[in-house]
Design a protein around this ligand. Structure first.
Ligand SMILES: [Fe+2]
Length: 425
């Protein structure tokens, strides 16, 4: 028997048959599963979906006594809630029974994958340089040569996405043009998988990433690498590269449609102020919107002739503030796909603690610093302290963003400000 309930009335033990509402809002990429952890429950309760359809026959918890079979109208039913913290007493700092600050445990595969990723990047660089040279000479691009490259990049990010994506971000300024293509390939494939797209589509998106900027061969190197503002004529030349790329790819055999679309549309913006078409909103395909996000994210997190790289958390924080540039819900999904969070985001750790993202640390900015302030077991605040979390860390790690509403923090903005401004002892 199927019944519909509000997301906030979901409970551990219920078997999810379906989510209702926009597929984009539901917090999982599979619809059929039993809610088994507090984290899953928190994600469902804090999601924007309209309703959850529960299969009573497969649930350990019965949400209703009179289940309604489809297509009955939605009945919002109240299930047993797990206790949630409600704080009215003064904040308790220095809680002596707070969580132990364990030594971090490493994820064994990360370092090995980083070495393999280095080899893949080296090979990719050679292939992409060759592809750009072919285009520069006016010859047809052999798109079929890009497919195995995308496959091998796709396998690396399947084993551990952060290894290759973190490594390719560290490109030298003079190799940006080529390795930017490799980076966008990896970001697009990782993003596509996170969105639950078919693997065939994911592979095409990888090829799209490799080919998206091939139109830059029409731009003079001195303009591409200029350290300063561009004249009107130079700007016109730069803005012509999506059209030039599309023309090059259309005259080459075997280029996937996704690559044609991304090469032409990756500089469009959702408010219509982008180029070359000035398309906006729904006029922009999913691939175009994904391309715009991946392209800018890699650009701003890479060293360029005219600016130094931003750390991932800073980049995401900035990108989220550019109203009208990106598809905002899609940008949030992109951040989730990489496990990066804007500064100030509430996150849950595998240690059962809540913390606030403070930024990145380390030479390559790969480490995320989380300011821990709350213990989910005792439901008490603890004295804030910073936990640096390396991408190679298995535990503690960030398990996902969390909802201040779920935890019933009475004034989240004030609480966040207080924690982030706290002087650490
Ligand atoms: Fe571009």
């Amino acid at each position: 028997m199927l019944v519909r309930i509000k997301p906030e009335d979901a409970a551990i033990g219920m078997f999810i048959h379906a989510f209702e509402g926009s597929w984009f809002d539901h917090p999982f990429w599979t619809k059929h599963f039993r809610i088994e952890t507090a984290e899953q429950l928190a994600r469902i309760r804090s999601s924007s979906i309209d309703a959850v359809v529960i299969d009573q026959s497969r649930s350990e918890v019965t949400p209703v006594d009179e289940p309604a079979a489809e297509p009955a109208p939605i009945r919002f039913l109240r299930a047993e809630r797990s206790p949630r913290p409600i704080r009215s007493e003064p904040v308790v700092f220095g809680n002596p029974s707070g969580p132990p600050r364990d030594e971090p445990r490493s994820r064994p595969g990360y370092d090995a994958e980083r070495r393999r990723a280095g080899q893949i990047i080296d090979k990719s660089r050679i292939a992409v340089v060759d592809m750009f040279e072919t285009a520069r000479l006016g010859r047809a691009i052999e798109a079929r040569r890009m497919a195995p490259l995308a496959r091998s990049i796709g396998k690396s990010i399947e084993r551990d996405a952060r290894a290759l994506i973190n490594l390719v971000r560290l490109k030298e300024k003079d190799e940006y043009t080529y390795l930017h293509s490799v980076a966008v390939c990896a970001l697009m494939m990782n993003f596509g998988r996170h969105l639950g797209l078919d693997e065939d589509v994911v592979q095409d998106l990888g090829v799209a990433g490799l080919l998206h900027d091939v139109g830059k061969v029409a731009i003079a190197d001195e303009i591409l690498n200029k350290n300063g503002g561009l004249s009107a004529g130079e700007l016109h030349s730069v803005r012509g590269h999506p059209d030039a790329g599309r023309q090059l790819l259309e005259s080459s055999p075997g280029v996937p449609d996704a690559a044609l679309e991304v090469s032409l549309r990756h500089h469009e913006k959702v408010d219509g102020s982008g180029y070359p078409g000035g398309l906006k909103g729904d006029e922009l395909s999913l691939f175009a919107r994904m391309g715009a996000i991946c392209d800018v994210y890699d650009a701003v997190t890479s060293d360029r002739p005219y600016k130094n790289a931003w750390a991932p958390c800073d980049a995401l924080t900035e990108m989220q503030s550019w109203t009208g540039h990106f598809d905002e819900p899609l940008l949030a999904k992109f951040a989730d796909s990489l496990g990066i969070y804007a500064i100030g985001t509430l996150v849950r750790l595998s240690t059962g603690e809540l913390g606030i993202v403070m930024g990145n640390a380390g030479e390559a900015c790969e480490t995320v610093v989380v300011r821990v302030f709350f213990d989910c077991e005792t439901l008490l605040e603890c004295e804030p302290f910073d936990r640096p979390i390396a991408p190679s860390a298995e535990n503690p790690r960030i398990t996902g963003r969390d909802s201040p509403t779920f935890w019933r923090f009475p004034d989240w903005d004030a609480m966040r400000f207080r924690v982030m401004a706290a002087q650490l002892t």
